[in-house]
Design a protein around this ligand. Sequence first.
Ligand SMILES: C[S@@+](CC[C@H](N)C(=O)[O-])C[C@H]1O[C@@H](n2cnc3c(N)ncnc32)[C@H](O)[C@@H]1O
Length: 300
Amino acid sequence: MSQAPQTLDIHHGDNLPIIQGMEDGSFDLIYIDPPFNTGKVQKRTQLKTVRDAEGDRTGFQGERYRSIKLGSKAYVDAFDDYLGFLEPRLIESHRLLKPTGSFFFHIDYREVHYCKVLLDSIFGRSNFLNEIIWAYDYGARATKRWSPKHDTILWYAKDAESYTYRFDDIDRIPYMAPDLVGPEKAARGKTPTDVWWNTIVSPNGKEKTGYPTQKPLAIINRIVRVHSNPGDRLLDFFAGSGTLGESALRLGRSAVLVDSNVEAMEVMARRLSFAAPRWFGFTPSDTASPSSACESLFAQ
Ligand SMILES: C[S@@+](CC[C@H](N)C(=O)[O-])C[C@H]1O[C@@H](n2cnc3c(N)ncnc32)[C@H](O)[C@@H]1O
């Protein structure tokens, strides 16, 4: 069967109404990296999800559910109600995935536990497959506690009995003690565990787009290669600098990206012009051309 031609669609605007307009089961892989900014006193709504035939949404195994607010607590973050902001977007993610699709949720270590409970209620606890720790070792060290140097990426399958996992496409990493495993194994390397060591995007390296929360292509490439097939359709509705889009298009997949920030649109226009994106709600300036940094990466 011949593959559909690759496409890249980029939407500007609040992601919720945009993804609400997308078709059920139309994506093979969804990766999101929602914003998390510390520094402002905010309020957190505690949610509990209960099974209820009259509930307002369908969840795991077709059961009806409704969320009950348990109360609110003051806390420090950029959103008035972070879980309340995320919940409808996570419900849409579940709806938009194909039956063999996977959802990757990239989050700060301070928020991950609350989000995991919410995600379990939407995807079903049994469809949770991995908590991936992206560990980096960059920047200043704390002197009064262990330096926090990791992000968490939660992986849920729509159905843990049937999902894409391309084991042979996993990149291999060196053994810690190659002398103990023999030359053949040492040369081949081993598959990574659920702890992924990778440096952050270097502030003066080639990969840098200038977008402050840009994630490393190596991390996203591993997710795209292993959790989707060539020709598949991928979605990132907190797209930022468009890392998921670059990875998808370079690896033979199609992508749909959404972001509400004009700066993100401008960065993506420069970074992704090689893929001739279709724009929705934004018109890139004629001067947007592939940055030399991105071009040199694509040549690798
Ligand atoms: C952490 S950044 C994503 C960075 C991205 N993974 C990358 O590698 O560049 C989060 C993004 O979400 C966008 N965002 C926040 N709220 C949004 C909303 N309601 N709709 C669409 N985008 C939103 C922000 O503009 C920001 O670009």
